[in-house]
Each structure stands twice: as structure tokens, then as C-alpha cells.
Write a protein that binds this ligand. Sequence first.
Ligand SMILES: C[C@H](CCC(=O)SCCNC(=O)CCNC(=O)[C@H](O)C(C)(C)COP(=O)(O)OP(=O)(O)OC[C@H]1O[C@@H](n2cnc3c(N)ncnc32)[C@H](O)[C@@H]1OP(=O)(O)O)[C@H]1CC[C@H]2[C@@H]3[C@H](O)C[C@@H]4C[C@H](O)CC[C@]4(C)[C@H]3C[C@H](O)[C@]12C
Ligand SMILES: NCS(=O)(=O)O
Length: 421
Amino acid sequence: MIQLTATPASTLTDEPVHIRATGLCPSQIVIFQATLEDEKGNLFHSQAYYKASEVGEVDLDHAPSLGGDYIGVHPMGLFWSLKPEKFLTKLMKRDVMTSPFLVQIKLYDSNLPLAQIAATDPKVSVTLERWYRAPGVTRIQVQEGHLRGALFLPPGEGRFPGVIDLFADIGGLIEYRASLLASHGFAALALAYCDYEDLPLHPEKIELEYFEEAVNFLLRHPKVLGPGIGIVSISKGAEIGLSMAIHLKQVIATVLINGPNFVFSTPQVYRGQISQPLSFSPQLVSINALGLAQFQYCFEEARSKASETFFLPIEKAQGHFLFIVGEDDKSINSKAYAEQATEQLRRNGKDNWTLLSYPGAGHMLEPPYSPLCCASKLSKLHLFMQWGGEVTLHAAAQEHSWKEIQKFLKKHLIPVVTSQL
Ligand SMILES: C[C@H](CCC(=O)SCCNC(=O)CCNC(=O)[C@H](O)C(C)(C)COP(=O)(O)OP(=O)(O)OC[C@H]1O[C@@H](n2cnc3c(N)ncnc32)[C@H](O)[C@@H]1OP(=O)(O)O)[C@H]1CC[C@H]2[C@@H]3[C@H](O)C[C@@H]4C[C@H](O)CC[C@]4(C)[C@H]3C[C@H](O)[C@]12C
Ligand SMILES: NCS(=O)(=O)O
């Protein structure tokens, strides 16, 4: 009898699963398929062909996929190669507290045409729960002063290292990274800054005082370990994260994922001083054969002419930086920006940074095993965006960088206790 196991059956979404089928015929070729339905009913699928061993077993920890959505030994390939049925839909978890994503793993005979899979019962299947928060993590809605966001706290007494989590200026409150950080021991504040509750849809300026308020809020919290906090930020969020690290001495560890070293859209203001964005050249936006826009070179003209004052004075920051770069980022030229920022640090005699640069990774670097989103529709901007990334390399970058992010934050936010004896 064919048996399919996937363990653990319920786990955090950034943790691996061991999938194994037994009771197959020796050398039988089978199809494994994964299916996930998001909270809006959008379906995502992936599939891969495997050959059973001489004893009729396929163990995804050791067996290579022969074809399908990925090739080679990738125990988690079925997860990170999930693709939307509805083209250009990005998988995103909204309700991180009360429900997991359910992933169904199914096994089919290989003689079945892929087109018929949807209408055919699998030989055997199992369903997995993929959670975005560990048991005991709590969520507190933040609506204090000007702040709008959600604070995630790990279970237990604390205190916990504090982190502010910032996404791009597309708006809303995005919680899945903060809830996962809390699941790994951080007090993590997912902070909205536009298009959420009473925050403006398109702010005319980004006021750093708002983010300073967030830093102070976090440090005042009885469960947050001081004296400094960390930041995890991506894209426009990383532009803000960089400015916070420069201006706010309480920010001592800053993770910048695919971000710029200059103000790239809405102007920034701090204590009356305005930092204007670099002008962008619409003629340098390229549209590919599928109609997807690539913006990564649209600041190159301005960048080549800009005086030093246009680049954020990263050397003034007291804390540490972890730059994470997807070298195949098609949305912003993040490799060039990180190299310029680290060169600026080097010129100023600083060594307070680490650069992790990943060939084949795109803009949308997410926690491990998240499906690659290489292109998606930006409804609010009426844009079809190419984000870049090659599926296998991008997945490897996600797995590696997530561990490095946590190591970096712990190293700088948790004081080393030296023995008094
Ligand atoms: C903004 C660009 C950068 C964007 C990023 O960097 S994203 C990377 C970081 N990640 C994030 O910030 C969080 C992840 N967010 C997302 O992934 C978003 O959801 C996104 C961005 C993929 C999709 O956005 P959008 O389509 O707008 O999302 P929604 O409207 O919320 O929903 C979409 C559909 O999904 C449905 N839905 C809702 N809830 C659920 C659910 N629970 N489950 C499933 N589905 C759900 C919803 O109903 C919708 O369905 P639909 O049927 O479609 O209605 C910047 C990168 C480059 C910049 C430009 C560049 O710099 C050049 C110019 C510079 C100038 O200075 C400014 C203008 C620029 C053009 C500049 C503009 C920007 O800054 C970008 C583009
Ligand atoms: N590193 C494990 S996998 O993502 O390749 O399956």
C-alpha cells in the first residue's frame, strides 16, 4: 500500500518538512504536487517528478526531482516553487494569528498528463499546516499617539530584543515577517506608515519623527530589552531604515534588504530638514515582452550626476548594518546601491557592516520557503512589476539570509553577559 508522510504536520512556515512516500513499485516514476489556497481563494500549485528507489521509496530529503517546477535534491522545492493559477498574484498571508496556510501534498502516477491532475484523485495525499506564529506569540494592535501597527511578543516573561519591521511604500500593515520574528524570540513591531487606518494613502513626505516615536514606544515597553533596537526593512522601507540608523542613536542593528542609499520616492523630513528624492528617468523604465516593468535602472542617470550630498550619510550611523542584496533585483538596482553604501563606509574608516549578495535572487526576498514572486500586479499603482529572481537560487538566498538576519540581530541586540566571578 502506498503511504505518504510529511512531518511535522504542523509547523512554522519558515521551518522545513520531511516528505516521504513508500510502498511504490521499484523505479516507479511518480508526480508530487503541492496545492495551497490563500485567504481569497487563489490557488497555488507546484509539481515535480521523482523516481522511486529499488525498495519503492521516494524520500525528498535525498531523492532528486527529475523535472517539473524544479530539478535536483530540494526537500522544500514543492513549497518555494508554488505558482499562482491567476497569473501575477503574489502569495501573502494576512491573518497571521488565527489560521495557518494549509498545503496539500498529493502523489499521482506519472502517466497522468499534468493538465488532468486537477480533475483526478491522487493516489494518496496529506495536508500540512504552515503557521506564521509559534504557539504563545501574542499580537497587540498598536494605536498609540501617531503610531499604527501591530506588536508581536514571544511567549514567556521576557525581556526580548526589540525590532521594527518595515515594508515598502505600497502601504497597509504587513505582519507576516514580524510574527515570524516574534516566533524566534524577538519583540517585533510591524509598523505601517501609509495607506492604513488614518495614515495617508500617498504621504507628501515621510517624517522620521514618526519612526522615532516607534523606537521610543518599543524601548518603553516592559517586555523589550534595551538599550537599543534593531530594524528589518525592505525596499522603500530600507531607505527609511537607513535614515533611522543615521539619525536615531537607539537604532543599533539595521537589516537593509534590497534598499537604496538615497531617498528614492517621497521626500524625507527630520527636524525640519528635508531630503529630496533623486529624480527618476521614466525613459529608463523597460517593459519586457510580457508587459512587465523593470525599474532598476531608472535612477542611474540621476545617480551618475548626483553630488555626494544626495546619498544618505551612512557613515554617521553608530550601529551595525546587514545589507542583503538580490543580484537579480529587477525593481531597484540594489547591488549597486549596497556597494556604494559600503564603499562610503569603507572610505570613512568604518567596518560596521556585512554585505550578503546573492546571485540569482530577486527583489522580493522573504522568509524561507516562500514561493518566488518574480512578477506581480501592483493594483494601487496600476503597474505590472517584474521583481526578478531565479527560483532555486532565490529560494537558497531566502533560507540563508533569514538565518543570518536572526544571528545578526541577536549578536547586536542581546548584551553578552560576562561572569563577575
Ligand atoms: C512599491 C514598489 C516596491 C514594492 C516592494 O518593494 S514590495 C517588496 C516589499 N514587500 C512588501 O512591501 C510587502 C509585500 N507586499 C506585497 O507583496 C503587496 O501585496 C504587493 C506589493 C505584491 C501587491 O500589491 P497590490 O497588488 O497593490 O496589493 P493589494 O491591493 O493589497 O492586493 C492585491 C490583490 O490581492 C488581493 N488580496 C487582498 N488580500 C488578500 C489575501 N489575504 N490573500 C490573497 N489575496 C489578497 C487583493 O484583493 C487584490 O486582488 P485584485 O483581484 O487584484 O484586486 C516600488 C519599487 C519601484 C518603485 C518605483 C520606482 O522607484 C520608480 C518611480 C520612482 C518615483 O520616485 C516614485 C514612483 C516610482 C514608479 C516608484 C513607485 C514604487 O515606489 C515602486 C514601484
Ligand atoms: N535547502 C533545502 S531546499 O530549499 O533546497 O529544499
